[in-house]
Design a protein around this ligand. Structure first.
Ligand code: HEC
Length: 446
């Protein structure tokens, strides 16, 4: 791959950063990728150093190092998967856009939290040929409607270390959770995981957001999949009146990772760069008032109230319905604006350069939330993905002051509470009401 002259500087800085990374990390363990040919390295060589994820940050805990680690997670998890192994295929490069990517081969909660009497799927067992995306509601409820009137679809997956822990401790069912104290594995340096494998990387859980690509969307700007979508989220869901499968573009990716040094996990979130300029925002809306943390004023069709839900539940089915029987959208687009910017535009630019013309160059890290140097202080304090925590991006409402975590009366699911990954996930419980170690997966057990 040829690198644009003007971009050399950025690539070189990244290379220097990678080398710094290697020298810092290699003190701890020698599984770290070696960039021996670094001075003449091609983009592919640089990226191949990121195919395998080191289990922890291994660098001074500050935001820049957390952000760089988040990018390492993004590349390792989005590496093309080798057929049948669910591991990165080292014979292919990151810039090869064909799926599935590593995280897409991981199991979904519904494969693991199966009804009693059934057995959870085996790790990396043969998967259905085509993805089915049934989840349309955000974690605080509500749906996100794109500029074409289509809903955003969500999916969740867990890695092998999490899977092994759930199976070894019989935590995939309600009965097994009854007396259990949940302590998900945090990788090889985990001092607290007794008598069992802590896994080579620790627990990783991801949540992805997908947008139906339609009029005005350029599929070459997205990582895409073909998937079956539905008209609602009933069980079983209603078939869409529109043709299926559809092409979807990845618009958001949460990566949550429990590591030995970050026992309240690392919370990285990535977005597609068109989210708040095009896909979920009409820059020409004649009346877009500025954002206010108060509920939006009643809006006419000429008005796009930012970050306010536009869809109401269908009174009959009690859930959200996307299209009418003729395939026409039932809801107005949601006008999405970002209230807090990416923590490192500089780092994002470096990776953009490395990714060249590939669709991956259109993804950006918003931030990686971690437990900062001051105890009980998530850093950054608030973090939201505009397509996953659309309606609770905040703006420091009085009800949710700076640290207080988890304070009595704290209700992360109120639309008046600002989105904080760590704070909200800290309230996750098992089916027996015990702390679930930041993972909402347990509550789905049967
Ligand atoms: C208001 C609470 C809340 C906030 C804020 C929040 N989440 Fe979640 N998250 C949830 C709930 C509830 C689920 C499970 C249901 C679902 O998937 O929507 C979930 C699911 C997830 C999952 C899948 C694994 C699991 O625990 O179910 C990941 C990964 C995740 N969130 C990451 C993040 C990241 C990263 C952020 C911050 C940028 C974040 N979340 C902010 C409530 C929240």
């Amino acid at each position: 791959m040829s690198i644009h002259q003007g971009s050399i500087h950025a690539v070189m800085s990244l290379l220097v950063m990678s080398l710094l990374w290697v020298s810092m990390a290699s003190e701890a363990r020698d599984t770290t990728p070696k960039l021996e040919k670094a001075p003449n390295a091609s983009v592919e060589t640089i990226l191949s150093g990121f195919a395998e994820l080191p289990p922890d940050v291994d660098a001074f805990p500050n935001q820049s190092n957390m952000d760089l680690y988040a990018w390492r997670e993004f590349i390792a998890l989005n590496w093309p998967a080798a057929p049948g192994t669910c591991e990165p295929d080292r014979s292919r490069t990151f810039l090869d856009t064909k799926g599935p990517r590593v995280w897409e081969t991981w199991l979904q909660p519904s494969d693991v939290f199966v009804p009693p009497g059934e057995a959870p799927a085996r790790w990396c067992s043969a998967r259905e040929e085509r993805a089915r995306l049934g989840k349309i509601q955000q974690s605080v409820g509500g749906v996100l409607v794109d500029q074409n009137g289509r809903f955003v679809r969500y999916e969740v997956r867990l890695n092998e270390d999490a899977y092994n822990y759930l199976l070894a401790n019989n935590l995939w069912n309600k009965a097994g959770q009854r007396e259990a104290t949940i302590n998900l594995p945090a990788g090889p340096d985990d001092k607290f995981c007794k008598d069992q494998s802590c896994g080579p990387v620790g627990t990783v859980e991801v949540k992805a957001a997908w947008k139906v690509l339609g009029q005005g969307d350029d599929p070459s700007r997205f990582y895409t999949i073909e998937a079956e979508v539905y008209n609602d989220d009933l069980v079983p869901p209603t078939a869409s009146p529109d043709p299926n499968p559809v092409t979807l573009g990845l618009v958001g990716l949460h990566i949550a990772h429990k590591t030995a040094s970050q026992r309240s996990w690392l919370w990285a979130t990535f977005e597609h760069v068109d989210n708040v300029t095009k896909s979920f925002n009409n820059p020409d809306c004649p009346e877009t008032p500025s954002y206010t943390p108060n509920p939006p004023r009643p809006c006419t069709t000429r008005c796009c109230a930012p970050n306010a839900p536009t869809a109401a539940k269908d009174p009959e089915t009690k859930t959200y319905v996307e299209l009418d029987p003729f395939g026409q959208p039932l809801h107005r687009p949601t006008q999405v604006t970002r209230l807090r910017g990416p923590s490192s535009q500089r780092l994002n630019k470096h990776f953009k350069v490395l990714f060249g013309n590939s669709p991956w160059s259109n993804y950006e890290l918003i931030s990686n939330q971690w437990m900062g140097i001051n105890p009980q202080t998530p850093t950054p304090t608030y973090l939201a993905n505009t397509v996953m925590e659309t309606f609770i991006q905040g703006q420091h409402p009085a009800s949710d002051g700076i640290p207080a975590y988890p304070a009595p009366g704290y209700n992360p699911f109120s639309t008046r509470t600002s989105s904080s990954c760590i704070k909200c996930h800290s309230v996750a419980k098992t089916t027996s009401g015990r702390s679930a170690d930041f993972s909402f997966l347990f509550s789905g057990a049967q």
